[in-house]
Design a protein around this ligand. Sequence first.
Ligand SMILES: C[S@@+](CC[C@H](N)C(=O)[O-])C[C@H]1O[C@@H](n2cnc3c(N)ncnc32)[C@H](O)[C@@H]1O
Length: 257
Amino acid sequence: MLYSLEHATNAHSNSWFLWGVGCASFYFLIWPKLSGKIEYAMLKNAAKGELGKVQQLSKLSLFADMSSNVKNDKNKLVVLELGISSGPNIQFYPAKSLLIATDIHSMGVESVKHNCLANDIELMKYKEAKAEDLFFVKSNSVCAVVTTLVTCSFENKCRAYKEIYRVLIPGGRYYFSEHTAEFEGKIGMRLLQYSLFLPKFVLFYCHSLRDQMNDISKVFGAENVKAKKVVMPYADYTWNPIILSAAPRVIGYATKI
Ligand SMILES: C[S@@+](CC[C@H](N)C(=O)[O-])C[C@H]1O[C@@H](n2cnc3c(N)ncnc32)[C@H](O)[C@@H]1O
């Protein structure tokens, strides 16, 4: 009797242990790839709809004067985009620019090549890399760095912003359009962002409460950041709390002096 009770208890704790190992392996080994695929598919799909049109308008004004950005010593505009995904921003870059494209996965490589060809952009390099470690880019070598909806996923935001600063040539600009922490004092939006923080972090490694304006200012100096905080007009998406919680945006650029 005693033996079978002990046996049953051991079997019970063994199965809990196996469950734990199984769940941890799924979350740390399989889920990152799966969530990347889900995110990639969702973004490609969203770009075709109303959401895409809203993003398009804000990007048009962000990248409007990119051609006046400083060039390198060969009079070329070298752009480094981090978290490029399928390359939805390539269409906004001035023709004949040189592009270094990076992401933590290479799902979008064919689409990036296609967008470069279609927009007369020369793809210098495509590299699977994290923004936190840009060892393959020389210091003071790129004219512009771009991130759109990427900084929420930085594992080490300070390190990533310092890397961006390092690779820019003096006078070069870091362009960003990022969803940010609520800034108007709207209780409803604040509650939404707080309540979705854990699911968004666990499912998509997305920190929805970051204040990028503050973090970027610490690295570039507040006087060198020209950005505005706006709430994206997502009136058609009131049914979708995930999209709605990303409506507060910070859009602009920081210049390396
Ligand atoms: C929400 S998507 C945005 C994609 C694209 N920039 C856009 O505006 O549609 C975020 C992208 O950042 C990439 N990413 C996540 N963490 C990253 C990191 N630490 N460094 C660079 N890219 C990262 C993801 O793989 C994904 O492609």
